[in-house]
Design a protein around this ligand. Structure first.
Ligand code: FSX
Ligand code: SF4
Ligand code: F3S
Length: 382
């Protein structure tokens, strides 16, 4: 079914009435999910149908050592449609921050949801797990975080670590790591899908859940469990300041002339060259252009990378993992005899650039009914 046909499908019409949102907004949400995951246009209809008709997966959401920023970031996705959709895409059956219930009532609700959805629920873990002194530094309802995580993971269909704390220890594991904080995967003894970031981008989490709902499995992950659709490119590859890096134009101090002109932040300690994430492509908070750390003038601290954020000093220079040009630009000098013509390379780069631009614009304009001025990008520094 095409995107246009599905808009008139009765399940989508029913969804419109149930949630009080327009079909157009809903289709824009589905298109943004597909674009975030790098899926072709055909996937939009499949996603729309799955979200509108499939039983919402039960989600048990645990909080351990963290700041609740991951939850906050999910709820701060600003479009009027989104908070409704989050709560409609998943059935949030246990969440300590958002739950109305408290105390034993809340723990009873968690166990009831786990029993009713045995083997089918998604367990989301937010926060690191302290291991020192038998884990006594984080206890909920009389259980240590270690005990609670093991109990909840035993019958889950999938376990997802959200945020850097649950993914690799994050902030609580900052040396000297006084409580012996580790990741959820370390407690469970396996690599689990994780969405690092402090906070992580809500679209990466939502896209992962929507992928599970639509295709019945989690998306492909890299060797440390991060979905490839979101964490296979260095920040440095898609950064709007990259031309300044390549030309050697750097901010040397906060507030200096180069900083005011939007020059590259590498010499202020930007970790974009060694950090894998899609922040410059999908941005944060749905508030428009430049809404990501580097866009606002702050160096990336590498919050999605173990061993970078909360370990390396913010001012320390990043390791340059690659000096190849960003994917959106054609290569200036083509290597000889590698089986690709300059024309093909330019075409590939143009297509990659167009896809990147389309995804970015879609994410930025979710729920808005604006005419895009595609010839102008306000983020480009003068
Ligand atoms: Fe950690 Fe999430 Fe950073 Fe905070 O809770 S990833 S401290 S944004 O909230 O786990
Ligand atoms: Fe962007 Fe940072 Fe790379 Fe400079 S060093 S181009 S600011 S990611
Ligand atoms: Fe984190 Fe750097 Fe993105 S600090 S939010 S990985 S730009």
């Amino acid at each position: 079914m095409s995107e246009n046909n599905i808009e008139n499908d009765e399940s989508i019409v029913a969804l419109e009435q149930r949630l009080g949102i327009s079909r157009r907004s809903f289709m824009q949400f589905c298109a943004a999910m597909a674009a975030t995951m790098g899926l072709p246009n055909d996937a939009v209809a499949a996603i729309a149908k799955a979200v509108a008709t499939k039983k919402r997966p039960s989600v048990i959401w645990l909080h351990f050592q963290e700041c609740t920023g991951c939850t906050e970031s999910l709820l701060r996705a600003e479009h009027p449609t989104l908070e409704k959709l989050i709560l409609d895409v998943i059935s949030l059956d246990y969440h300590e921050t958002l739950f109305a219930a408290a105390g034993h009532q809340a723990e009873a609700a968690r166990r009831a949801a786990m029993k009713a959805n045995k083997g089918k629920y998604i367990l989301v873990v937010e926060g690191a797990i302290p291991t020192k002194d038998n884990g006594i530094y984080c206890k909920i309802g009389g259980q240590t975080a270690i005990e609670m995580l093991k109990e909840c993971a035993a019958d889950a269909a999938a376990v997802i670590a959200i945020g850097s704390c649950a993914s690799w220890g994050g902030m609580p594991s900052t040396p000297p790591n006084p409580t012996g904080s580790v990741s959820a995967g370390e407690i469970l003894g396996k690599v689990i899908p994780n969405i690092p970031g402090c906070p992580p981008n809500p679209y990466n989490f939502l896209s992962t859940v929507v992928h599970f709902l639509t295709f019945g499995k989690l998306p492909d992950v890299d060797d440390i469990g991060r979905p490839k659709f979101a964490y296979s490119r260095l920040i440095h590859e898609n950064c709007e300041r990259r031309a300044h890096f390549d030309a050697g134009r750097f901010a040397m101090e906060f507030g200096d002339d180069g900083h005011r002109k939007g020059y590259c932040l590498y010499k202020l300690g930007c970790k974009g060259p060694e950090t894998y994430a899609n922040c410059p492509s999908i941005l944060f908070g749905d508030v428009g252009n430049a809404s990501w750390p580097v866009g606002t003038g702050h160096p990336c601290i590498g919050c999605t990378e173990k061993g970078v954020a909360f370990t390396k000093p913010i001012h320390e220079l990043a390791v340059l993992k690659t000096i190849s040009p960003p994917v959106g630009l054609p290569r200036i000098i083509e290597e000889q005899g590698v089986g690709i013509t300059i024309g093909a390379a330019v075409l590939t780069a143009a297509v990659a650039g167009a896809a990147f631009g389309a995804g970015k614009q879609m994410a930025q304009n979710l729920g808005k009914n604006v005419k895009l001025d595609e010839g102008h990008d306000e983020r480009t520094p003068s």
